[in-house]
Design a protein around this ligand. Sequence first.
Ligand SMILES: [Zn+2]
Length: 237
Amino acid sequence: MKIENIRKCPYCGYMYRVVPGQNAYSNMFSAPKGSVGIHSSVFVCPHIACGKTEVTVEAGFTPASNAGKAAERQKVSHDLANSFFSARLLPLEACGKQEFKTAEVPETVFHDYDQACRLLKASPCASATYARRCLQGMVRKKFKLKPGKFQNEIKTLASMNGTIRQEVVDALESVRKIGKFRAMPEDDVKVLVGVNYDEARQTIEVIEALLFDWFLAPAEREKRAGALKAIIEGKKG
Ligand SMILES: [Zn+2]
């Protein structure tokens, strides 16, 4: 990625001039005869009230002629051609949407959702494991179900006539079928395996739709009903 002269701190939004060696530290690593390089950068926000660190990493192909030569590497260190991986390690990208961090959404539910979002790129399997736990938590909190197998919980929901729409049952079923649980030997932890990025992302989308439907929208309706009541009572008085 090309490092611009002016950078915006991802924590506080402060715009500052990048000064290598003062608030920006970059390095490029590549094997002497290799054609692949890793470019890592650390930025320290110069704003006195902030001072937080941003870390980025990028991997890409370097021209063969540049490989291993320190001087040449310096030259390409700010612009790695043909990059095939690029990520910000700090602060973590893809956090859960903050609109769901409200009193209506149980803390444990938001935590699992947030973890699922953060892990999406790095490990779809880990992300889906959290996402599934999040969904189960949502179902239990919303419908006050006794913890059991997800499969049985969905069946119970489907049998509660009028409580839940068929599309929601279908969405929950499709999430349940993603990946396979594998128990880790010697402990009780089960993780999902065989989940790809799109499946993990879809699961997060289902969570977001249901968080809105089950937790945010009812609270919003209640608020409006309260406002209506206040208007009418105001008129009476
Ligand atoms: Zn800052």
